[in-house]
Design a protein around this ligand. Structure first.
Ligand SMILES: Nc1nc2c(ncn2[C@@H]2O[C@H](COP(=O)(O)OP(=O)(O)OP(=O)(O)O)[C@@H](O)[C@H]2O)c(=O)[nH]1
Length: 590
Protein backbone atom coordinates (compact mmCIF):
# COMPACT_ATOMS: atom_id res chain seq x y z
CA UNK A 1 0.00 0.00 0.00
CA UNK A 2 1.28 3.41 -0.96
CA UNK A 3 0.62 6.66 0.85
CA UNK A 4 1.53 10.23 -0.11
CA UNK A 5 0.20 12.56 2.59
CA UNK A 6 -0.75 16.08 1.64
CA UNK A 7 -0.27 18.86 4.13
CA UNK A 8 -2.67 18.57 6.98
CA UNK A 9 -2.83 19.58 10.59
CA UNK A 10 -4.65 16.42 11.58
CA UNK A 11 -3.30 13.37 13.19
CA UNK A 12 -4.65 10.94 10.61
CA UNK A 13 -4.24 8.07 13.00
CA UNK A 14 -7.15 9.39 15.09
CA UNK A 15 -9.55 8.65 12.24
CA UNK A 16 -11.78 5.61 12.80
CA UNK A 17 -10.19 2.52 11.28
CA UNK A 18 -6.83 4.26 10.89
CA UNK A 19 -4.90 1.30 12.29
CA UNK A 20 -6.28 -1.00 9.62
CA UNK A 21 -6.07 1.55 6.87
CA UNK A 22 -2.64 3.05 7.47
CA UNK A 23 -1.08 0.15 9.33
CA UNK A 24 -0.32 -1.68 6.09
CA UNK A 25 1.56 1.13 4.41
CA UNK A 26 4.70 -0.18 2.78
CA UNK A 27 5.62 2.88 0.74
CA UNK A 28 5.60 6.46 1.99
CA UNK A 29 6.51 9.62 0.13
CA UNK A 30 6.07 13.29 0.89
CA UNK A 31 6.52 16.06 -1.59
CA UNK A 32 7.69 19.49 -0.39
CA UNK A 33 5.64 18.97 2.72
CA UNK A 34 6.77 17.89 6.11
CA UNK A 35 4.03 17.62 8.62
CA UNK A 36 5.32 16.28 11.90
CA UNK A 37 1.82 15.58 13.26
CA UNK A 38 1.04 13.21 10.39
CA UNK A 39 4.41 11.52 10.44
CA UNK A 40 4.55 11.10 14.21
CA UNK A 41 1.02 9.70 14.11
CA UNK A 42 1.98 7.25 11.38
CA UNK A 43 5.07 6.24 13.35
CA UNK A 44 2.74 4.79 16.01
CA UNK A 45 0.91 2.46 13.65
CA UNK A 46 3.11 1.85 10.60
CA UNK A 47 5.98 -0.51 11.20
CA UNK A 48 6.41 -2.18 7.86
CA UNK A 49 7.42 0.69 5.59
CA UNK A 50 9.97 -0.53 3.09
CA UNK A 51 10.08 2.34 0.69
CA UNK A 52 10.71 5.91 1.88
CA UNK A 53 10.90 9.05 -0.26
CA UNK A 54 11.68 12.30 1.56
CA UNK A 55 11.37 15.32 -0.71
CA UNK A 56 11.58 18.61 1.15
CA UNK A 57 13.82 21.51 1.95
CA UNK A 58 12.46 22.40 5.36
CA UNK A 59 14.62 22.16 8.42
CA UNK A 60 12.23 20.48 10.84
CA UNK A 61 12.72 16.77 10.34
CA UNK A 62 11.31 15.72 13.74
CA UNK A 63 8.40 13.82 12.19
CA UNK A 64 10.53 11.89 9.73
CA UNK A 65 13.05 11.14 12.44
CA UNK A 66 10.34 9.60 14.69
CA UNK A 67 8.91 7.65 11.77
CA UNK A 68 12.28 6.30 10.64
CA UNK A 69 13.05 5.27 14.21
CA UNK A 70 9.95 3.08 14.26
CA UNK A 71 10.89 1.12 11.12
CA UNK A 72 12.95 -2.02 11.01
CA UNK A 73 13.08 -3.19 7.41
CA UNK A 74 13.88 -0.36 5.02
CA UNK A 75 14.60 -1.48 1.47
CA UNK A 76 14.46 1.72 -0.57
CA UNK A 77 15.48 5.19 0.58
CA UNK A 78 15.34 8.30 -1.56
CA UNK A 79 16.05 11.84 -0.31
CA UNK A 80 15.76 15.07 -2.32
CA UNK A 81 16.63 18.21 -0.43
CA UNK A 82 18.61 21.39 -0.76
CA UNK A 83 19.75 21.13 2.83
CA UNK A 84 23.41 20.32 3.23
CA UNK A 85 23.20 18.29 6.36
CA UNK A 86 20.28 16.68 8.13
CA UNK A 87 21.61 15.28 11.42
CA UNK A 88 18.16 14.25 12.70
CA UNK A 89 17.68 11.94 9.72
CA UNK A 90 21.24 10.71 10.01
CA UNK A 91 20.73 9.73 13.66
CA UNK A 92 17.39 8.08 12.90
CA UNK A 93 18.92 6.04 10.06
CA UNK A 94 21.89 4.89 12.09
CA UNK A 95 21.79 1.05 12.22
CA UNK A 96 18.62 1.00 10.09
CA UNK A 97 20.15 0.95 6.65
CA UNK A 98 21.90 -2.38 6.42
CA UNK A 99 18.80 -3.86 4.76
CA UNK A 100 18.79 -1.24 1.96
CA UNK A 101 18.52 -2.40 -1.65
CA UNK A 102 18.46 1.05 -3.19
CA UNK A 103 19.71 4.41 -2.04
CA UNK A 104 19.25 7.74 -3.78
CA UNK A 105 20.62 10.98 -2.35
CA UNK A 106 20.14 14.04 -4.55
CA UNK A 107 22.42 15.62 -3.52
CA UNK A 108 24.55 13.92 -0.88
CA UNK A 109 23.12 15.37 2.32
CA UNK A 110 24.16 12.87 4.96
CA UNK A 111 27.43 11.60 6.27
CA UNK A 112 28.03 8.65 4.01
CA UNK A 113 29.66 6.50 6.67
CA UNK A 114 26.22 5.38 7.86
CA UNK A 115 25.82 3.53 4.53
CA UNK A 116 29.05 1.61 4.65
CA UNK A 117 27.37 -1.58 5.83
CA UNK A 118 24.71 -2.19 3.20
CA UNK A 119 25.61 -5.64 1.84
CA UNK A 120 22.43 -5.84 -0.29
CA UNK A 121 22.78 -2.49 -2.01
CA UNK A 122 21.75 -3.03 -5.61
CA UNK A 123 21.07 0.52 -6.81
CA UNK A 124 22.90 3.68 -5.86
CA UNK A 125 22.17 7.19 -7.08
CA UNK A 126 24.17 10.08 -5.68
CA UNK A 127 24.79 13.67 -6.67
CA UNK A 128 27.79 15.70 -5.59
CA UNK A 129 26.75 18.47 -3.26
CA UNK A 130 28.21 21.87 -4.18
CA UNK A 131 28.01 22.96 -0.56
CA UNK A 132 29.25 19.81 1.00
CA UNK A 133 33.00 19.89 1.32
CA UNK A 134 34.23 16.39 0.53
CA UNK A 135 35.22 14.84 3.78
CA UNK A 136 36.96 11.70 4.87
CA UNK A 137 33.65 9.91 5.30
CA UNK A 138 32.82 10.31 1.63
CA UNK A 139 36.27 9.07 0.59
CA UNK A 140 35.82 6.16 2.93
CA UNK A 141 32.41 5.36 1.43
CA UNK A 142 33.89 5.47 -2.08
CA UNK A 143 36.46 2.87 -1.11
CA UNK A 144 33.85 0.32 0.06
CA UNK A 145 32.78 -2.53 -2.22
CA UNK A 146 29.06 -3.38 -2.33
CA UNK A 147 29.01 -6.92 -3.64
CA UNK A 148 25.56 -6.63 -5.27
CA UNK A 149 25.73 -3.21 -6.87
CA UNK A 150 24.31 -3.36 -10.41
CA UNK A 151 22.93 0.15 -10.98
CA UNK A 152 25.07 3.19 -10.37
CA UNK A 153 24.17 6.76 -11.21
CA UNK A 154 26.54 9.56 -10.31
CA UNK A 155 25.75 13.21 -10.94
CA UNK A 156 28.77 15.43 -10.88
CA UNK A 157 29.58 19.08 -10.57
CA UNK A 158 30.94 20.21 -13.91
CA UNK A 159 34.60 20.16 -12.90
CA UNK A 160 34.38 17.59 -10.17
CA UNK A 161 37.42 17.13 -8.00
CA UNK A 162 35.89 13.87 -6.83
CA UNK A 163 35.90 12.38 -10.32
CA UNK A 164 38.99 10.18 -9.75
CA UNK A 165 37.43 8.80 -6.55
CA UNK A 166 34.19 7.99 -8.33
CA UNK A 167 36.25 6.41 -11.07
CA UNK A 168 37.93 4.09 -8.56
CA UNK A 169 34.52 3.29 -7.07
CA UNK A 170 33.28 2.29 -10.54
CA UNK A 171 36.33 0.14 -11.11
CA UNK A 172 35.81 -1.60 -7.76
CA UNK A 173 32.29 -2.55 -8.87
CA UNK A 174 33.04 -3.39 -12.47
CA UNK A 175 32.25 -7.10 -11.98
CA UNK A 176 28.66 -6.46 -10.93
CA UNK A 177 27.76 -3.18 -12.65
CA UNK A 178 25.23 -3.47 -15.45
CA UNK A 179 23.97 0.08 -15.62
CA UNK A 180 26.26 3.07 -15.29
CA UNK A 181 25.33 6.71 -15.59
CA UNK A 182 27.87 9.46 -15.03
CA UNK A 183 26.23 12.79 -15.76
CA UNK A 184 26.57 16.39 -14.81
CA UNK A 185 23.74 18.54 -13.53
CA UNK A 186 25.04 21.59 -15.32
CA UNK A 187 25.07 21.61 -19.10
CA UNK A 188 28.70 20.70 -19.65
CA UNK A 189 31.04 18.31 -18.01
CA UNK A 190 34.50 19.80 -17.86
CA UNK A 191 36.59 17.07 -16.32
CA UNK A 192 40.37 17.53 -16.50
CA UNK A 193 41.53 15.82 -19.73
CA UNK A 194 44.02 13.54 -17.94
CA UNK A 195 41.31 12.46 -15.46
CA UNK A 196 39.04 11.64 -18.39
CA UNK A 197 41.75 9.63 -20.14
CA UNK A 198 42.42 7.54 -17.05
CA UNK A 199 38.70 7.05 -16.52
CA UNK A 200 38.12 6.03 -20.15
CA UNK A 201 40.95 3.51 -20.01
CA UNK A 202 39.50 2.08 -16.80
CA UNK A 203 36.03 1.88 -18.34
CA UNK A 204 37.02 -0.12 -21.39
CA UNK A 205 39.40 -2.30 -19.45
CA UNK A 206 37.12 -3.26 -16.58
CA UNK A 207 33.49 -2.60 -17.40
CA UNK A 208 32.84 -5.08 -20.18
CA UNK A 209 29.68 -6.34 -18.42
CA UNK A 210 27.83 -3.08 -18.90
CA UNK A 211 24.44 -3.19 -20.58
CA UNK A 212 23.78 0.55 -20.48
CA UNK A 213 26.20 3.41 -20.36
CA UNK A 214 25.43 7.10 -20.04
CA UNK A 215 28.48 9.28 -19.59
CA UNK A 216 31.63 10.79 -21.01
CA UNK A 217 34.44 9.06 -22.84
CA UNK A 218 37.57 10.52 -24.35
CA UNK A 219 37.36 10.74 -28.13
CA UNK A 220 40.29 8.43 -28.62
CA UNK A 221 38.52 5.72 -26.60
CA UNK A 222 35.14 5.87 -28.32
CA UNK A 223 35.71 2.97 -30.66
CA UNK A 224 37.31 0.85 -27.91
CA UNK A 225 34.18 1.34 -25.81
CA UNK A 226 32.11 -0.19 -28.60
CA UNK A 227 34.67 -2.93 -29.12
CA UNK A 228 35.20 -3.95 -25.49
CA UNK A 229 31.72 -3.48 -24.09
CA UNK A 230 29.96 -5.65 -26.61
CA UNK A 231 26.89 -6.26 -24.40
CA UNK A 232 25.88 -2.61 -24.41
CA UNK A 233 22.44 -2.01 -25.78
CA UNK A 234 22.00 1.63 -24.82
CA UNK A 235 24.78 4.19 -25.10
CA UNK A 236 24.43 7.92 -24.45
CA UNK A 237 27.72 9.73 -24.74
CA UNK A 238 28.26 13.03 -22.97
CA UNK A 239 30.69 15.58 -24.30
CA UNK A 240 33.42 16.88 -22.05
CA UNK A 241 33.72 20.07 -24.05
CA UNK A 242 31.94 23.22 -25.10
CA UNK A 243 33.40 23.10 -28.57
CA UNK A 244 32.76 21.21 -31.78
CA UNK A 245 34.88 18.12 -32.19
CA UNK A 246 35.08 16.16 -35.41
CA UNK A 247 34.41 12.42 -35.03
CA UNK A 248 34.23 11.44 -38.72
CA UNK A 249 36.78 8.65 -38.54
CA UNK A 250 35.53 7.51 -35.11
CA UNK A 251 31.97 7.28 -36.44
CA UNK A 252 33.08 5.01 -39.26
CA UNK A 253 35.07 2.85 -36.84
CA UNK A 254 32.10 2.62 -34.49
CA UNK A 255 30.06 1.29 -37.40
CA UNK A 256 32.44 -1.65 -37.75
CA UNK A 257 32.39 -2.40 -34.03
CA UNK A 258 28.71 -2.03 -33.27
CA UNK A 259 27.43 -4.11 -30.35
CA UNK A 260 24.85 -6.20 -32.17
CA UNK A 261 22.06 -5.58 -29.66
CA UNK A 262 22.40 -1.81 -29.70
CA UNK A 263 18.99 -0.13 -29.68
CA UNK A 264 19.86 3.41 -28.63
CA UNK A 265 22.81 5.60 -29.46
CA UNK A 266 23.06 9.21 -28.46
CA UNK A 267 25.85 11.35 -29.80
CA UNK A 268 26.28 14.79 -28.23
CA UNK A 269 25.73 17.88 -30.32
CA UNK A 270 29.36 18.94 -29.83
CA UNK A 271 30.46 15.95 -31.94
CA UNK A 272 30.42 16.80 -35.64
CA UNK A 273 30.68 14.54 -38.66
CA UNK A 274 30.06 14.64 -42.38
CA UNK A 275 27.15 13.20 -44.32
CA UNK A 276 29.52 10.63 -45.87
CA UNK A 277 30.70 9.33 -42.53
CA UNK A 278 27.10 9.14 -41.31
CA UNK A 279 26.15 7.17 -44.42
CA UNK A 280 29.00 4.70 -43.89
CA UNK A 281 27.99 4.31 -40.24
CA UNK A 282 24.35 3.64 -41.14
CA UNK A 283 25.44 1.17 -43.81
CA UNK A 284 27.20 -0.82 -41.07
CA UNK A 285 24.09 -0.56 -38.89
CA UNK A 286 22.03 -2.04 -41.67
CA UNK A 287 24.45 -4.94 -42.06
CA UNK A 288 25.17 -5.68 -38.40
CA UNK A 289 22.38 -4.67 -36.10
CA UNK A 290 19.90 -7.29 -34.96
CA UNK A 291 17.45 -4.68 -33.66
CA UNK A 292 16.29 -1.32 -34.93
CA UNK A 293 18.28 1.64 -33.73
CA UNK A 294 17.13 4.79 -32.05
CA UNK A 295 19.63 7.47 -32.97
CA UNK A 296 19.95 10.86 -31.37
CA UNK A 297 22.57 12.85 -33.18
CA UNK A 298 21.22 16.31 -32.33
CA UNK A 299 21.99 17.42 -35.89
CA UNK A 300 19.68 18.06 -38.74
CA UNK A 301 21.36 19.80 -41.67
CA UNK A 302 19.64 19.03 -44.95
CA UNK A 303 22.33 16.62 -46.20
CA UNK A 304 22.08 14.61 -42.99
CA UNK A 305 18.29 14.67 -43.09
CA UNK A 306 18.26 13.09 -46.52
CA UNK A 307 20.52 10.27 -45.44
CA UNK A 308 18.65 9.71 -42.19
CA UNK A 309 15.36 9.58 -44.05
CA UNK A 310 16.77 6.94 -46.40
CA UNK A 311 17.77 4.71 -43.47
CA UNK A 312 14.60 5.41 -41.56
CA UNK A 313 12.62 4.15 -44.53
CA UNK A 314 14.73 0.99 -44.47
CA UNK A 315 13.77 0.53 -40.79
CA UNK A 316 17.33 0.87 -39.49
CA UNK A 317 16.30 3.81 -37.35
CA UNK A 318 13.07 3.44 -35.53
CA UNK A 319 13.33 6.87 -34.02
CA UNK A 320 15.41 9.93 -34.49
CA UNK A 321 15.71 12.17 -31.52
CA UNK A 322 16.36 15.79 -31.97
CA UNK A 323 17.41 18.55 -29.68
CA UNK A 324 14.92 21.08 -28.44
CA UNK A 325 15.35 23.99 -30.81
CA UNK A 326 14.78 22.35 -34.18
CA UNK A 327 13.17 19.28 -35.62
CA UNK A 328 13.62 16.92 -38.45
CA UNK A 329 10.77 17.64 -40.76
CA UNK A 330 10.06 13.98 -41.39
CA UNK A 331 10.12 12.89 -37.79
CA UNK A 332 6.67 11.50 -37.23
CA UNK A 333 6.27 11.89 -33.51
CA UNK A 334 2.81 12.44 -32.14
CA UNK A 335 1.73 15.89 -31.18
CA UNK A 336 -1.45 17.01 -29.53
CA UNK A 337 -3.96 19.81 -29.77
CA UNK A 338 -7.06 20.83 -27.89
CA UNK A 339 -9.39 23.04 -29.90
CA UNK A 340 -11.36 24.88 -27.25
CA UNK A 341 -14.76 25.94 -28.58
CA UNK A 342 -18.07 27.11 -27.23
CA UNK A 343 -20.49 30.03 -27.30
CA UNK A 344 -19.31 33.51 -26.33
CA UNK A 345 -18.79 33.79 -22.59
CA UNK A 346 -18.93 30.03 -21.99
CA UNK A 347 -15.54 30.20 -20.28
CA UNK A 348 -13.11 29.24 -23.06
CA UNK A 349 -10.33 31.67 -22.11
CA UNK A 350 -10.77 30.86 -18.43
CA UNK A 351 -10.60 27.13 -19.23
CA UNK A 352 -7.39 27.65 -21.26
CA UNK A 353 -5.76 29.62 -18.42
CA UNK A 354 -6.90 27.06 -15.82
CA UNK A 355 -5.46 24.22 -17.87
CA UNK A 356 -2.17 26.05 -18.43
CA UNK A 357 -1.80 26.51 -14.66
CA UNK A 358 -2.76 22.91 -13.96
CA UNK A 359 -0.29 21.56 -16.53
CA UNK A 360 2.47 23.79 -15.18
CA UNK A 361 1.79 22.46 -11.70
CA UNK A 362 2.01 18.84 -12.79
CA UNK A 363 5.09 19.48 -14.90
CA UNK A 364 3.50 19.13 -18.33
CA UNK A 365 4.55 21.47 -21.11
CA UNK A 366 1.66 23.01 -22.99
CA UNK A 367 1.50 26.00 -25.30
CA UNK A 368 -1.33 28.41 -25.81
CA UNK A 369 -2.23 29.42 -29.33
CA UNK A 370 -4.33 32.48 -30.03
CA UNK A 371 -6.39 32.62 -33.21
CA UNK A 372 -8.21 35.83 -32.36
CA UNK A 373 -6.68 38.95 -33.97
CA UNK A 374 -8.91 41.07 -31.73
CA UNK A 375 -7.73 39.47 -28.48
CA UNK A 376 -6.30 42.04 -26.11
CA UNK A 377 -4.81 40.36 -23.11
CA UNK A 378 -4.13 36.85 -21.83
CA UNK A 379 -3.31 35.43 -18.46
CA UNK A 380 -0.61 33.39 -20.27
CA UNK A 381 1.31 34.73 -23.21
CA UNK A 382 0.38 32.67 -26.28
CA UNK A 383 3.36 30.77 -27.74
CA UNK A 384 1.74 31.10 -31.17
CA UNK A 385 -0.21 34.24 -31.81
CA UNK A 386 -2.22 35.10 -34.93
CA UNK A 387 -1.55 38.74 -34.10
CA UNK A 388 2.07 38.18 -35.24
CA UNK A 389 0.67 37.50 -38.72
CA UNK A 390 -2.30 39.74 -38.90
CA UNK A 391 -3.71 42.67 -36.95
CA UNK A 392 -7.30 43.59 -36.35
CA UNK A 393 -6.81 46.49 -38.78
CA UNK A 394 -5.69 44.07 -41.50
CA UNK A 395 -8.85 42.06 -40.95
CA UNK A 396 -10.98 45.11 -41.26
CA UNK A 397 -9.15 46.16 -44.44
CA UNK A 398 -9.35 42.79 -46.05
CA UNK A 399 -12.18 40.66 -44.74
CA UNK A 400 -11.28 37.60 -46.79
CA UNK A 401 -7.98 37.07 -45.02
CA UNK A 402 -7.84 33.85 -42.97
CA UNK A 403 -5.04 31.97 -41.21
CA UNK A 404 -2.28 31.14 -43.55
CA UNK A 405 -1.04 27.53 -43.79
CA UNK A 406 2.64 28.37 -44.32
CA UNK A 407 2.70 30.63 -41.31
CA UNK A 408 1.05 27.96 -39.19
CA UNK A 409 3.48 25.27 -40.33
CA UNK A 410 6.47 27.49 -39.60
CA UNK A 411 5.18 28.32 -36.14
CA UNK A 412 4.28 24.76 -35.27
CA UNK A 413 7.66 23.43 -36.35
CA UNK A 414 9.26 25.19 -33.38
CA UNK A 415 7.80 23.07 -30.62
CA UNK A 416 9.29 19.86 -29.39
CA UNK A 417 6.94 19.27 -26.48
CA UNK A 418 3.91 19.69 -28.64
CA UNK A 419 0.72 20.03 -26.70
CA UNK A 420 -1.19 23.04 -27.92
CA UNK A 421 -4.31 24.57 -26.48
CA UNK A 422 -6.11 26.67 -29.05
CA UNK A 423 -8.67 29.20 -27.86
CA UNK A 424 -11.12 29.38 -30.80
CA UNK A 425 -13.60 32.04 -31.63
CA UNK A 426 -17.11 30.76 -32.35
CA UNK A 427 -17.15 32.35 -35.81
CA UNK A 428 -14.15 30.31 -36.87
CA UNK A 429 -15.87 26.95 -36.79
CA UNK A 430 -19.46 27.91 -37.45
CA UNK A 431 -19.32 30.56 -40.16
CA UNK A 432 -16.21 29.71 -42.19
CA UNK A 433 -14.40 26.55 -43.27
CA UNK A 434 -11.20 27.97 -41.74
CA UNK A 435 -11.21 25.74 -38.68
CA UNK A 436 -11.51 22.68 -40.84
CA UNK A 437 -8.52 23.85 -42.86
CA UNK A 438 -6.55 24.40 -39.68
CA UNK A 439 -7.47 20.89 -38.51
CA UNK A 440 -6.28 19.42 -41.82
CA UNK A 441 -3.04 21.36 -41.54
CA UNK A 442 -2.53 20.13 -37.96
CA UNK A 443 -3.27 16.54 -38.95
CA UNK A 444 -0.74 16.80 -41.79
CA UNK A 445 1.81 17.88 -39.17
CA UNK A 446 0.97 14.77 -37.19
CA UNK A 447 -1.10 16.43 -34.50
CA UNK A 448 -3.82 14.46 -32.75
CA UNK A 449 -6.70 16.82 -32.20
CA UNK A 450 -9.48 16.86 -29.65
CA UNK A 451 -12.37 19.31 -29.87
CA UNK A 452 -13.32 20.55 -26.40
CA UNK A 453 -16.74 22.15 -26.49
CA UNK A 454 -17.74 24.26 -23.49
CA UNK A 455 -21.33 24.88 -22.48
CA UNK A 456 -22.37 26.82 -19.41
CA UNK A 457 -23.82 24.52 -16.77
CA UNK A 458 -26.37 27.11 -15.59
CA UNK A 459 -28.07 27.14 -18.96
CA UNK A 460 -28.13 23.45 -19.58
CA UNK A 461 -30.79 22.64 -16.97
CA UNK A 462 -33.26 24.55 -19.12
CA UNK A 463 -34.43 21.96 -21.72
CA UNK A 464 -34.67 24.39 -24.61
CA UNK A 465 -31.18 25.71 -23.94
CA UNK A 466 -29.97 22.17 -23.53
CA UNK A 467 -31.20 21.30 -27.03
CA UNK A 468 -29.67 24.47 -28.45
CA UNK A 469 -26.33 23.75 -26.76
CA UNK A 470 -26.31 20.14 -27.91
CA UNK A 471 -27.04 21.20 -31.49
CA UNK A 472 -24.21 23.72 -31.57
CA UNK A 473 -21.80 21.18 -30.04
CA UNK A 474 -22.92 18.52 -32.52
CA UNK A 475 -22.53 20.97 -35.40
CA UNK A 476 -18.92 21.66 -34.37
CA UNK A 477 -18.28 17.94 -34.02
CA UNK A 478 -19.74 17.09 -37.42
CA UNK A 479 -18.07 19.90 -39.29
CA UNK A 480 -14.59 19.26 -37.91
CA UNK A 481 -14.60 15.43 -37.82
CA UNK A 482 -12.27 15.17 -34.86
CA UNK A 483 -12.59 13.44 -31.46
CA UNK A 484 -14.87 15.60 -29.40
CA UNK A 485 -15.53 16.17 -25.69
CA UNK A 486 -18.32 18.30 -24.23
CA UNK A 487 -17.55 20.11 -21.01
CA UNK A 488 -20.03 21.76 -18.66
CA UNK A 489 -18.29 24.90 -17.47
CA UNK A 490 -18.80 27.11 -14.41
CA UNK A 491 -19.92 24.29 -12.13
CA UNK A 492 -18.70 26.34 -9.17
CA UNK A 493 -21.55 28.78 -9.77
CA UNK A 494 -24.25 26.15 -9.56
CA UNK A 495 -26.30 25.72 -6.39
CA UNK A 496 -26.05 22.22 -4.87
CA UNK A 497 -29.68 21.43 -5.70
CA UNK A 498 -29.13 22.33 -9.36
CA UNK A 499 -25.96 20.24 -9.40
CA UNK A 500 -28.01 17.19 -8.48
CA UNK A 501 -30.50 17.98 -11.21
CA UNK A 502 -27.70 18.48 -13.69
CA UNK A 503 -26.35 14.96 -13.20
CA UNK A 504 -29.11 13.69 -15.47
CA UNK A 505 -27.57 15.67 -18.29
CA UNK A 506 -24.06 14.22 -18.06
CA UNK A 507 -25.12 11.19 -20.02
CA UNK A 508 -28.69 12.06 -20.91
CA UNK A 509 -31.55 9.92 -22.07
CA UNK A 510 -32.88 12.10 -24.97
CA UNK A 511 -36.29 10.40 -25.05
CA UNK A 512 -36.91 11.35 -21.45
CA UNK A 513 -35.80 14.88 -22.15
CA UNK A 514 -38.11 15.02 -25.15
CA UNK A 515 -41.07 14.13 -22.99
CA UNK A 516 -40.13 16.79 -20.46
CA UNK A 517 -39.57 19.39 -23.16
CA UNK A 518 -42.88 18.56 -24.83
CA UNK A 519 -44.68 18.93 -21.52
CA UNK A 520 -43.67 22.57 -21.25
CA UNK A 521 -43.96 23.53 -24.95
CA UNK A 522 -46.66 24.22 -27.46
CA UNK A 523 -47.54 21.07 -29.44
CA UNK A 524 -46.39 22.61 -32.73
CA UNK A 525 -42.79 22.23 -31.43
CA UNK A 526 -43.16 18.54 -30.63
CA UNK A 527 -42.14 17.35 -34.09
CA UNK A 528 -39.09 19.57 -33.93
CA UNK A 529 -38.21 18.18 -30.50
CA UNK A 530 -38.59 14.65 -31.91
CA UNK A 531 -36.29 15.46 -34.84
CA UNK A 532 -33.65 16.94 -32.53
CA UNK A 533 -33.80 13.97 -30.18
CA UNK A 534 -33.50 11.64 -33.19
CA UNK A 535 -30.40 13.53 -34.30
CA UNK A 536 -28.86 13.32 -30.84
CA UNK A 537 -29.60 9.60 -30.73
CA UNK A 538 -28.19 9.02 -34.21
CA UNK A 539 -24.89 10.54 -33.24
CA UNK A 540 -25.05 8.80 -29.91
CA UNK A 541 -22.22 10.97 -28.69
CA UNK A 542 -23.74 13.64 -26.57
CA UNK A 543 -22.45 13.40 -23.04
CA UNK A 544 -20.95 16.02 -20.77
CA UNK A 545 -18.11 16.20 -18.32
CA UNK A 546 -18.59 18.72 -15.52
CA UNK A 547 -15.78 21.17 -14.82
CA UNK A 548 -15.29 23.11 -11.62
CA UNK A 549 -12.18 25.22 -12.13
CA UNK A 550 -11.73 25.56 -8.38
CA UNK A 551 -11.36 21.83 -7.92
CA UNK A 552 -8.10 20.18 -9.01
CA UNK A 553 -9.72 16.73 -9.19
CA UNK A 554 -12.33 18.07 -11.57
CA UNK A 555 -9.66 19.62 -13.83
CA UNK A 556 -7.68 16.37 -13.71
CA UNK A 557 -10.77 14.39 -14.70
CA UNK A 558 -11.50 16.62 -17.71
CA UNK A 559 -7.87 16.48 -18.82
CA UNK A 560 -7.75 12.72 -18.53
CA UNK A 561 -10.87 12.35 -20.71
CA UNK A 562 -9.19 14.50 -23.34
CA UNK A 563 -5.86 12.66 -23.00
CA UNK A 564 -7.76 9.46 -23.50
CA UNK A 565 -9.47 10.76 -26.63
CA UNK A 566 -6.15 11.68 -28.25
CA UNK A 567 -4.18 8.87 -26.61
CA UNK A 568 -1.78 11.30 -25.05
CA UNK A 569 1.14 9.68 -23.27
CA UNK A 570 0.90 6.46 -25.25
CA UNK A 571 4.22 7.05 -26.97
CA UNK A 572 5.95 9.40 -24.56
CA UNK A 573 9.65 8.76 -24.39
CA UNK A 574 11.37 7.82 -21.14
CA UNK A 575 13.32 10.66 -19.54
CA UNK A 576 16.77 10.98 -20.98
CA UNK A 577 19.85 12.31 -19.23
CA UNK A 578 19.39 15.68 -20.93
CA UNK A 579 16.06 16.09 -19.17
CA UNK A 580 17.45 14.93 -15.90
CA UNK A 581 20.26 17.43 -16.16
CA UNK A 582 17.76 20.18 -16.65
CA UNK A 583 15.84 18.93 -13.62
CA UNK A 584 18.75 19.77 -11.45
CA UNK A 585 19.40 23.21 -12.78
CA UNK A 586 17.69 24.65 -9.73
CA UNK A 587 20.56 23.34 -7.66
CA UNK A 588 22.76 25.92 -9.34
CA UNK A 589 21.41 28.44 -6.87
CA UNK A 590 23.17 26.73 -4.00
N1 LIG B 1 -17.17 31.47 -11.54
C1 LIG B 1 -16.73 31.16 -12.75
N2 LIG B 1 -16.63 32.11 -13.69
C2 LIG B 1 -16.18 31.78 -14.90
C3 LIG B 1 -15.77 30.45 -15.21
N3 LIG B 1 -15.36 30.42 -16.49
C4 LIG B 1 -15.50 31.67 -16.96
N4 LIG B 1 -16.00 32.49 -16.01
C5 LIG B 1 -16.32 33.91 -16.16
O1 LIG B 1 -17.19 34.02 -17.28
C6 LIG B 1 -16.84 35.17 -18.05
C7 LIG B 1 -16.53 34.76 -19.48
O2 LIG B 1 -15.43 33.89 -19.42
P1 LIG B 1 -14.36 33.77 -20.61
O3 LIG B 1 -13.36 32.76 -20.20
O4 LIG B 1 -13.88 35.11 -21.05
O5 LIG B 1 -15.32 33.19 -21.74
P2 LIG B 1 -15.00 33.00 -23.29
O6 LIG B 1 -15.78 31.83 -23.74
O7 LIG B 1 -13.54 32.98 -23.54
O8 LIG B 1 -15.63 34.33 -23.86
P3 LIG B 1 -15.45 34.93 -25.35
O9 LIG B 1 -13.98 35.22 -25.50
O10 LIG B 1 -16.31 36.16 -25.30
O11 LIG B 1 -15.97 33.93 -26.30
C8 LIG B 1 -15.67 35.82 -17.36
O12 LIG B 1 -16.15 36.85 -16.54
C9 LIG B 1 -15.10 34.71 -16.50
O13 LIG B 1 -14.47 35.21 -15.34
C10 LIG B 1 -15.88 29.45 -14.19
O14 LIG B 1 -15.60 28.26 -14.36
N5 LIG B 1 -16.37 29.86 -12.98
Amino acid sequence: MKFSPKNSIYDLTKLPGANNFFGNITSLSTYKILDSIILEGLAKICHSIKDIYINCDETNYEGWSTLLNSQSNLLHLKIRTKNTNIPLIKNALMNKVNTLISLSLIPICLSMNIFINCPNLHELEIMENPNFVPNNELYQFLSVIFPNLEFLSIKLLNSSILFPYFSTFIQNHSKTLKYLSVTCFQKHLLIKPDYLLTYSTMLIEFCSNLLEYIGPISIKHISSLFDQCSNLYRISLLSNDHYNISICSELEEIGNLLPKNLVKLKIPSEYKFTANSLERFLQCCEDKLVKELELDISRYSLDLQIILEKYRMKGVLNKIWTNSSQQLSYYKRSRYVQLVMGPAGSGKSTYCATLMTHCQNIGRTVHLMNLDPAAEKFEYDPSIDIRDLITLEDVMDELQYGPNGDWLEDELGEYENDYLIIDCQIELYTHFPIMRRICECLQRLNFRICGVYLLESQFIVDKAKYFAGVLSATSAMISLEIPHINVLSKMDLLEPIKKKELKRYYDPDPTLLEEEANASMNSKFHNLNRAIVQLIEDYNMVSFIPLNINNEDSITAVLSHIDNAIQYGEDQEPKEPKDEIEDFEDFEGY
